[in-house]
Design a protein around this ligand. Sequence first.
Ligand code: PGA
Length: 251
Amino acid sequence: MTAPRPLVAGNWKMNGLKAALAELAAIRDAAAAGGAGRAETAICPPFTLVAAAVEACKGSPLAIGAQDCHPRVSGAHTGDVSAEMLRDAGASYVIVGHSERRADHGETNDIVRAKAGAALAAGLAAIVCVGETKGEREAGQLTAVVGGQVDGSLDKGFDPARIVVAYEPVWAIGTGLTPTAADVAEVHAFIRARLLALYGAKGEGVRILYGGSVKPSNAAELMAVKNVDGALVGGASLKCADFMGIAAVYR
Ligand code: PGA
């Protein structure tokens, strides 16, 4: 199986008022001009901007996603948004199990798996996040934690063609710190082996993104690592120049 097409996805987190659609339009235009080369690009703005972002990116190569979804299709869940609603709004991706959701909202692997399942059922692709804390890494629990998250957040029954895994060490998110290329290679190879165990040969086609303080200055080194099929970008996705500076690795 040939290597999957890389994906560079931006996670805007709780950032972005309507005025930020101008930055999104700049990213759209840069992507349309070939700035991401062979990579696919996506931006996941806050819920409030999803529909407008989809509208703005119609017919362009920039895909739009969301940052979370509820496991159920509809019902009495005040404040929540379902995967079906996101699909209806035109989204094509949804991030599930981001470490900030796991930490701030107590999301367990079971919840993340249910959300990923809901995303797939609604016709979205799910970007499933995993990653260890600094304490877990220092305690030698990296593979136990990440392996448990991969196995627990994915289901054997999922369509591997619509699953993306993002490895985001918690201590690297928003800190400017990154693991060494050798460390990234080791964890991504470990995740790949788990995906092969879950999905057989089709596990080879599941994109494994690296996330955590990716910026234009370190993107080339990180994206060159074996089994790194793109990036999940937080802070640097808010500015077109930074985001496209990362995506330019694939030109
Ligand atoms: P960062 O965030 O790029 O700002 O470190 C990455 C993420 O949380 O997805």
